[in-house]
Design a binder for this molecule. Structure first.
Ligand SMILES: C[S@@+](CC[C@H](N)C(=O)[O-])C[C@H]1O[C@@H](n2cnc3c(N)ncnc32)[C@H](O)[C@@H]1O
Length: 354
């Protein structure tokens, strides 16, 4: 009986869904002249005026500010930003959105306050701006946050509407289950604060997930560390964030990387290249207990040197996701003092993801 009722509910569900999608189209057609919203470009428009107002209020815009908006879409947020700021720079990929936005803004007499850059935000150099306020496409959250916090622009804060789960990771602290490489890298250079949750029902069309607004404020003083080396170091340490550092640095793969590099080097410095992919917690990898048997003497000695640094400084049994920035920076400096440096051949990509 159950399977029979399931067989009947599936078409019902599909019919309801088709009807719903048609409604959204009609609504959009009315509002945006038949504009079809692309999921692949993350086109979920925020339509609730109360929430748009709260976002603008919480972003602390001054009348003299230039605000950078990423993905203005049809301009729901842009109109509010134009009222509050001196200027808005909006970066939008979709030509159709740009046309609608341009018309809407000039109909309201704001044209001279808005600069539109019709480009992919990840491939655009930003002009000067004071603040970022944006409902961004969720599929580029990680590289976009990286571009903002590790990029060359100086700004007061970025108030961003993000996927709820992603924002929880950014908000996490050492020891929290969500704490990962993204959080450790962003929080080296910025503070992250929760602003509010936003239900998926507030968007047209609704995405599958709920959202949150967070505020990222770049730190005035950041630790004196080579950024590329830090990113490579955290890529290594957070490769398997729940493993102990001891077992991580015993992995055959890591030692072999070191071995091949040390073979090509002279002098005391040894570079630890980070070119490994597959760095999720679920990856199955050898714990390294027997790996030593497969390694030649130089690599074994090098591995023992690394383990010795961890052991004598109390890091061998520690898990990277439980360490503070201070502890991680200390560990990196211990490696450096021992002539071990982390370099990333993919360093030009500022990808902070786990
Ligand atoms: C989530 S919608 C937000 C629309 C609008 N801000 C709102 O709140 O109603 C994201 C917008 O970003 C644009 N977009 C997607 N990928 C982009 C990219 N790589 N660079 C610039 N804009 C992009 C989409 O076309 C879309 O208009």
């Amino acid at each position: 009986r159950d399977s029979h009722s399931q067989a009947r509910t599936k078409p019902d569900h599909d019919r309801r869904r088709r009807g719903y999608e048609r409604d959204v189209r009609i609504e959009e057609k009315k509002e945006h002249d038949g504009l079809f919203l692309c999921k692949s470009k993350g086109q979920h428009l925020l339509t609730n005026t109360r929430i748009l107002d709260s976002i603008v209020r919480s972003s602390d815009i001054r009348p003299t500010d230039t605000v950078l908006e990423i993905g203005p879409g049809t301009g729901n947020l842009t109109m509010k930003l134009l009222e509050a700021a001196q200027n808005v720079v909006a970066v939008e990929l979709d030509k159709r959105m740009v046309e609608i936005l341009r018309k809407r803004v000039s109909d309201h007499g704001f044209a001279d306050k808005l600069t539109i850059i019709q480009k992919d935000v990840l491939k655009t150099d930003f002009p000067h701006f004071d603040l970022v306020v944006a409902n961004i496409p969720y599929n580029i959250s990680s590289p976009l946050v990286a571009k903002l916090v590790y990029g060359s622009n100086t700004f007061r804060s970025a108030t961003l509407l993000l996927q709820k789960e992603f924002s929880r990771r950014l908000l996490a602290n050492p020891g929290d289950s969500d704490f990962n490489r993204l959080a450790v890298n962003v929080k080296l250079v910025a503070d992250v604060k929760f602003v509010m949750d936003v239900s998926k029902r507030e968007f047209v069309p609704p995405p599958k997930v709920d959202s949150s607004v967070i505020r990222i404020t770049p730190k005035e003083i950041i630790p004196d560390v080579n950024v590329q080396e830090w990113l490579a170091f955290t890529r290594t340490c957070f490769g398997k964030k729940n493993k102990t550092l001891g077992s991580m640095f015993r992995q055959k793969k890591k030692v072999m990387e070191l071995q091949s590099l040390s073979a090509g080097r002279h002098g005391s410095n040894v570079e630890v290249m980070n070119q490994t992919g597959g760095d999720s917690d679920s990856d199955v990898e050898e714990d390294g207990k027997d790996d030593l048997l497969c390694l030649d003497t130089d690599a074994s000695m090098f591995k023992e040197r690394v383990i010795e640094i961890l052991r004598t400084n109390g890091f061998e049994e520690k898990r990277p996701s439980k360490l503070s920035h201070r502890e991680l920076l200390h560990l990196l400096s211990l490696f450096n003092q021992a002539g071990i440096f982390f370099h990333d051949i993919t360093s030009l990509q500022m990808d902070l993801h786990e």
